[in-house]
Design a protein around this ligand. Sequence first.
Ligand code: ZN
Length: 110
Amino acid sequence: MFDKCEKCGGDIEYRQTDSVQGWFCKNCDWSIVATCVPELDEDTYCIYVLGVNYMDSKHISAISRACGKNYLALSRLLQQEKPKVLEGDASQILKAKSILESAGLNPIIC
Ligand SMILES: [Zn+2]
């Protein structure tokens, strides 16, 4: 694809790391790089939970883990008609969702 540096005419080489791949000049700072990290979804989502049985410690502990709040904060949260467990980015929300689902809860993401 390339064999010489456009800037100094030196040799170039292909390098790949965890997050970057591309062509780099061995001689100067010239490079053509393409990141290979997938574009992160930066939108913020909310996750709500329905079907909570307040007497079920499995439910309560799953919600506590999903939102990182203690039981006291949770008892206030769960008085709401549609408790919002967490607001965060896609990866936080997906993690919370899997915790909630594994406890048999019914998470809703919006
Ligand atoms: Zn160069």
